[in-house]
Ligand binder design. Structure first.
Ligand SMILES: [Zn+2]
Length: 125
């Protein structure tokens, strides 16, 4: 089973909506960048990944459970995902990008999401 890298998930849409409201312009899924970040803000040199907590192993998150069956299989699979994320992030930083990871569970509350995004972005005022 290949890792499902879904595009345009609802978590992603929620992040895009907040960025829009804050007045930022962005591009989606740029193929020419490592890991094909979900959202890219070229002016701010910021690459955003909107990660599903389960697949990308959000530390300490309740959604980051491990299936009871085929435990070793899942462990290896998750380790590979985390390692791939780490490599992509490093490659982006080396290319001069800042990287922000937004976890799926953080997108459910706008009160939580908006300040997190604002911290990383230049003020529009
Ligand atoms: Zn989470």
């Amino acid at each position: 089973m290949a890792r499902v890298r879904q595009k345009h998930t609802s978590a992603e849409l929620r992040v895009r909506k907040v960025l829009h409201r804050l007045g930022h312009r962005f591009r989606l899924h740029r193929r020419d960048l490592p890991g094909r970040p979900d959202i890219v803000l070229p002016k701010a040199r910021l690459a955003i990944f909107v990660h599903g907590c389960f697949w990308h192993r959000h530390p300490g998150c309740s959604r980051t459970s491990t299936p009871k069956t085929r435990h070793e299989f899942w462990k290896a699979k998750f380790a590979a995902n985390v390692e791939r994320d780490r490599r992509n992030e490093q490659a982006l930083r080396e290319a001069g990008w800042r990287v922000l990871t937004v976890w799926e569970c953080e997108t459910t509350s706008r009160e939580q999401l908006e300040p997190k995004l604002k911290r990383e972005l230049p003020s529009r005022e």
